[in-house]
Design a protein around this ligand. Structure first.
Ligand SMILES: [Zn+2]
Length: 180
């Protein structure tokens, strides 16, 4: 018998709706774009198959918060379970068509929230937050100061990504760092 998940996966070519990685059924789950808790239906028009980890993160957030999480990734969505420790190689551009190198200021302006947080934590040295709650408020304040999205979901997402990068180790309510 074909399940709802099978059908969605087939329609998506066997890929996660968000990160577009090949998605084995065992790692897939049905994400209700408008959460069931918010009145979302089981219709295919409201459902996608995606990595379980991202589904867990999106949970019953409002569609606005979900869009914010997706948009914050700036078109390079990597679901929480699929984050690899190595950064993606930069796209190769042939020298003839290469655009002029951006100035350092432009590079800083384009830095992602995650890199911003990581370098800020690195700078803090011994005064890094030791508790998840403090780390959360520290990141929130930093994002706010940089006028970047700073919802609870965004901060939780960043902490999850730092963990995936192996930069932050969360044990119960305590945080330790491996920032190098
Ligand atoms: Zn995914």
């Amino acid at each position: 018998m074909t399940t709802h998940l099978d059908r969605l996966l087939f329609a998506q070519g066997g890929q996660c709706f968000f990160c577009r990685k090949p998605l084995p059924k065992a790692e897939a789950s049905v994400e209700h774009l408008v959460a069931s808790a918010n009145g979302g239906t089981n219709d295919d028009g409201n459902c996608v198959a995606c990595c379980k980890a991202l589904n867990h993160l999106l949970a019953s957030k409002s569609i606005k918060d979900k869009m914010q999480i997706v948009l914050n990734q700036r078109g390079h969505i990597v679901c929480p379970d699929n984050v690899s420790p190595q950064p993606n190689p930069a796209p190769t551009v042939s020298p003839a068509t290469a655009a002029p190198k951006p100035t350092p200021a432009a590079v800083n302006g384009a830095s992602t929230a995650i890199d911003l947080v990581q370098s800020d934590l690195k700078k803090r040295g011994a005064s890094r937050p030791r508790k998840v709650s403090t780390l959360t408020s520290t990141i929130k304040a930093l994002l706010k100061q940089q006028q970047k999205p700073n919802s609870d979901a965004e901060v939780a997402n960043l902490i999850a990504e730092l963990q995936k990068r192996g930069k932050v180790i969360v044990s119960d309510t305590n945080v330790t760092y491996k920032l190098g």
